[in-house]
Write a new protein. Structure first.
Length: 181
């Protein structure tokens, strides 16, 4: 009786250990493939000069090559984790709940990150329409005085007499008193 119970236990343990080992191998292979695809994707996007195209289109320093290649790596890694969870018998409902939670978190992070971006974009359009200053002008924005290095879609970069670089969001620029020297 005890021997048959022990035999059943070891058979079940052996099955679980095999499933867990296969799941770990799936995750490791997925991470390796994800890393390789990240490097290949980065090099392909770099050959297409994606960052330069984005800079010309928006006048912003957007690291599209890095972000897209990282995204590809994350998608492959998540897919590998889902396959591994399926291998050890986690139901698809649990996987769907985890994916839904991840999407909700990503949505919230995205919304929180654009809450300052959108007002600054509108303020940037207003500033470009008014043409209060341009690159190279010496200005005073409130209590900050310096030379305008760059006017982008969302911010103005000033260099002070001391050599400090100050980044002023356009929403703040519109609220301050602007004096062009």
């Amino acid at each position: 009786m005890i021997l048959s119970l022990l035999g059943t236990f070891t058979d079940g343990l052996s099955t679980w250990m095999t499933r867990i080992i296969v799941a770990v191998i799936i995750v490791l292979i997925g991470f390796i493939i994800g890393r390789m695809c990240k490097k290949l994707g980065y090099h392909a996007l770099h050959e297409l000069e994606l960052n330069e195209m984005l800079h010309r289109a928006t006048r912003l320093e957007i690291k599209g090559e890095e972000h897209l290649s990282n995204g590809l790596s994350y998608i492959i890694s998540i897919f590998a984790i889902i396959l591994a969870l399926n291998q050890i018998g986690v139901t698809t409902t649990v996987v769907y709940v985890l994916i839904s939670l991840l999407l909700v978190v990503l949505l919230m992070v995205s919304l929180m990150s654009i809450k300052d971006f959108i007002p600054n974009v509108f303020a940037g359009f207003k500033l470009s329409k008014k043409k209060l200053f341009k690159e190279g002008d010496h200005v005073t924005l409130g209590k900050i005085e310096g030379t305008v290095l760059q006017v982008s879609l969302v911010e103005t970069r000033l260099k002070t007499k001391c050599g400090d670089l100050i980044v002023v969001p356009h929403q703040t620029v519109l609220k301050e008193r602007i004096i062009t020297h």
